[in-house]
Design a protein around this ligand. Structure first.
Ligand SMILES: Cc1cc2nc3c(=O)[nH]c(=O)nc-3n(C[C@H](O)[C@H](O)[C@H](O)COP(=O)(O)O)c2cc1C
Length: 158
């Protein structure tokens, strides 16, 4: 299963392409409380830095899932608060968890990967791989580019 949170569509494009290429299902995490405007974003950065969660409306049924991709945008160098909520509340024990992270620039990708794997530490999940892709905020989400990146970097095909 491919679980994702996306505010502006970049992470969604990667998640949907990844699921299509792997013939997998997607599940979108939706924040319960609407996040709008500048204050919503500042609040999101604060939540990310302080490792706070943002409650989501629904969680997926993971009873038959052994391997998972979690796709998150990077906010203030960490995973999005909705994704942290999912990690803290889903039953991940024994599940292999891979991350696909999108961000403005990949120069700090090791920090972003660490933030993601650190969030898993108390869950009993098995740490898989993490992949980081640059999606500058001013660019429109592009499924074709996402698909070609995933093929090359994750699936190892041209
Ligand atoms: C509140 C906020 C904080 C962000 N912080 C970072 C950051 O620390 N590092 C970075 O490279 N990109 C950062 N970004 C850029 C996003 O991670 C990037 O544009 C991402 O692809 C957006 O995904 P989405 O369209 O699925 O919401 C931030 C974006 C937002 C909205």
């Amino acid at each position: 299963m491919v679980v994702f949170y996306s505010r502006k569509g970049h992470t969604r494009a990667y998640a949907e392409e990844l699921a299509a290429l792997r013939k997998d299902k997607t599940f979108e995490l939706r924040e319960k409380k609407e996040r709008s405007g500048f204050l919503g974003l500042v609040g999101g950065c604060f939540q990310s830095i302080t490792k706070k969660e943002a409650e989501v409306a629904d969680l997926p049924d993971l009873r038959k899932v052994r391997e998972l991709f979690i796709c998150s945008p990077i906010w203030a160098s960490g995973i999005a608060p909705a994704v942290r909520y999912f990690i803290n509340h889903a039953e991940l024990a024994g599940v292999t968890v891979n991350f696909l992270l999108t961000c403005a620039g990949i120069d700090k990708q090791d920090v972003y990967k660490k933030s993601a794997f650190d969030a898993l530490s108390a869950t009993g999940a098995k740490a898989g791989e993490a992949y980081v892709f640059a999606c500058p905020m001013k660019s429109a989400p592009d499924t074709e580019i996402a698909g070609s990146h995933i093929k090359r970097v994750i699936l190892g095909v041209d």
